[in-house]
Design a protein around this ligand. Structure first.
Ligand code: SAM
Ligand code: SF4
Ligand code: SF4
Length: 343
């Protein structure tokens, strides 16, 4: 990416630009992953956002225009489960037309990704897809998603994405000690020799309902060591500044894996990512305790420049570096839930 584009943008208090945007399109999900939306908190009584509070696709498109003018080049659509939002391809089509946006990706649990849906998302302009899968054996996976959703259907979704020319698929696997550590090697062996890239994510203290403890985290270096002991690995240099996953490749040429060291090796210093919730709140950190509503401005007819001014005001004051200062005490803080803010 050229410096010229970079210089047009806004910088926060730690000199970080604004390059990536994650938009949560819904706070709803058909899974109840224990580490994200535990049933005790997200049970039948839980009140999700009413339709009227959600940003429309037109409103999201305007926001993306505003962000693109401030330096954002990559947009990731997430949630909740983003594919529960109907006609998501319409949003992707709109974003793909925004000048400056070079890359659109989607993170999904894959549960409703049919062959036709994968094709229409690709045709609308989706370039990359991450599909979450934390284990390959049914008892473990079904206990994690807590709605008895079968592994086989997620594997089919990966096939559909591949058939729609969305490969290589990134397979997101959150690893929690004592829960799915056996999946580390099983996932590696299943996807070795395919174009897909398993990305192991350290279990994080997002929100305030997942009961996070440092003892439950398997550090990325341990994940790598476990795979390396059986299938030797070597590091791959980052493809670009600010790349979140640390990449490794199999020495025998069977492909790549990645680790997301959000807990044990923070990457706050290069964090250029803003998040917008489904109702239009801007968050400057995944572990934020509050957001800044942009919806009022959008709904009162503010132009792109006015939206940009609102975003700049927030970004210019940003000092977030939560992963650098995390302790078990900060983990207990009242933070925004990940299904709301978008993972
Ligand atoms: N529902 C979609 C999915 O699961 O892919 C998109 C939203 S989900 C919040 C985005 C990603 O965040 C998923 O890959 C999920 O595994 C990850 N995630 C959720 N809670 C997490 C936690 N406590 N620690 C680490 N990753 C987490
Ligand atoms: Fe749903 Fe994704 Fe959270 Fe699981 S991780 S509960 S699939 S939003
Ligand atoms: Fe960015 Fe916050 Fe994560 Fe640090 S903790 S990398 S500032 S989202």
């Amino acid at each position: 990416m050229s410096d010229a584009v970079h210089n047009l943008g806004v910088h926060d208090k730690l000199g970080r630009g604004l390059r990536d945007l994650r938009i949560s399109v819904t706070d709803r999900c058909n899974f109840r992953c224990r580490y994200c939306m535990p049933k005790e908190v997200f049970g039948p009584e839980h009140r999700f956002l009413p339709r009227s509070e959600l940003l429309s696709f037109e409103e999201m498109e305007r926001l993306v225009r505003a962000f693109a003018g401030l330096g954002v080049r990559k947009v990731r659509i997430t949630g909740g489960e983003p594919l529960l939002r109907r006609h998501l391809e319409n949003l992707i089509e709109k974003i793909a037309r925004v000048p400056g946006i070079e890359d659109i990706s989607l993170t999904t649990n894959g549960s409703v990704l049919t062959r036709e849906k994968a094709r229409s998302l690709r045709a609308a302009g989706l370039r990359r897809i991450n599909i979450s899968l934390d284990a390959l054996d049914e008892p473990t996976f079904q206990a994690i998603n807590d709605v008895a959703f079968p592994v086989s259907r997620v594997l089919e979704a990966i096939d559909h994405a591949t058939a729609a020319d969305l490969a290589p698929v990134k397979i997101n696997a959150v690893i929690k000690r004592g829960v799915n550590e056996h999946a580390i090697l099983e996932l590696a062996e299943h996807f070795r020799g395919t174009p897909h890239v398993v990305r192991y994510i350290e279990f994080m203290d997002v929100g305030s309902s997942n009961g996070w403890r440092m003892d439950d985290v398997i550090p990325a270096r341990e994940i790598i060591a476990r795979i390396h002991a059986v299938h030797p690995l070597e590091p791959v240099h980052p493809a670009y500044h600010g790349e979140v996953a640390k990449r490794w490749r199999y020495r025998d040429g069977a492909g790549e894996i990645g680790v997301i060291t959000s807990v044990t090796e923070s990457f706050c210093r290069s964090c250029c990512r803003a998040r917008v919730s489904a109702k239009g709140d801007l968050f400057t950190c995944l572990f934020a305790q509050r957001g800044y509503s942009l919806r009022e401005a959008i709904r009162s007819g503010a132009g792109i420049e006015a939206l940009q001014q609102a975003i700049v005001q927030v970004w210019a004051r940003r000092t977030d570096r939560y992963s650098e200062i995390r302790t078990e005490a900060t983990a207990a803080r009242d933070k925004v839930e990940m299904s709301y803010i978008g993972g």
